[in-house]
Design a protein around this ligand. Sequence first.
Ligand code: PAF
Length: 288
Amino acid sequence: MRIVKTIDEVRSQVKAWKAEGLTVGLVPTMGYLHEGHASLIAASHRDNDRTVVSDFVNPMQFGPAEDLESYPRDIDHDSAIVEENGGDLIFNPEPDEMYHKGFSSFVDMTVLTEELCGLSRPVHFRGVCTVVAKLFNIVQPNRAYFGKKDAQQLAVIRHMVDDLNMDIEIVGCPIVREEDGLAKSSRNTYLNSEERRAALVLSKAIFHGIDMVRNGEKDCSAVISEMSGIINAEPLARIDYVKIVDCSTMQIITTLDRPALCAIAVYIGNTRLIDNFFTQDVQHGGVL
Ligand code: PAF
């Protein structure tokens, strides 16, 4: 397993692999890897001959008041996880390598980014689409792996690949949870012990929403209202959003009459956490 810092090094390694007829999977990450990332790397290792993991805290997807500076970083810890899960190459560039002086081209998206995190974090998806498009151009993978915890991101990237005719298969992988239900996230490390306990309201609300859908509830406002009630009962929690959207357009719906995403974003103290479920996963028994 190698760690490289430059685009040229990635390109020449991937070129050599492709010359041997090998397939390449890409796992884009911002580092500080946990079991959720490990499952993406393992899935890529299973499906492809070689796996590249990008490890880059992308400044472009953070707003001015967000946690770019404090975002956790630990390349030694990350390389151990990549190695254990069958990754072959880590691409760990400096910001200057990704965004040279005078950088001025962006990938932006309309409709799908109007709700959920796109509404709360206005510059976020422009940054995500731009960096992921760049990573796709640099690595030119056969497949790329993203977690379903960032459900809107997954939908946005699938849409970008389709709109821009990128010849890459996008693979969405299930949310990985702590034993007590909290979805794994690099941002969980920000929580003190009291906040860590309070953060369980996210999964508690999600599991309750899943039960309601499983029991046949079709009225989105009923699901949203009961989930919000659970979250609001926790004094350390502050709701950013609890919403239900159409899976393909990411636009708000009122009745569960099509595949939908129920997504929440909640501040626990100063830490913003997200979680979700897809109604079609509930119906097919694929959730939890
Ligand atoms: O999901 C993330 O960690 C990031 O948004 C991604 C896809 C690596 C782009 O920076």
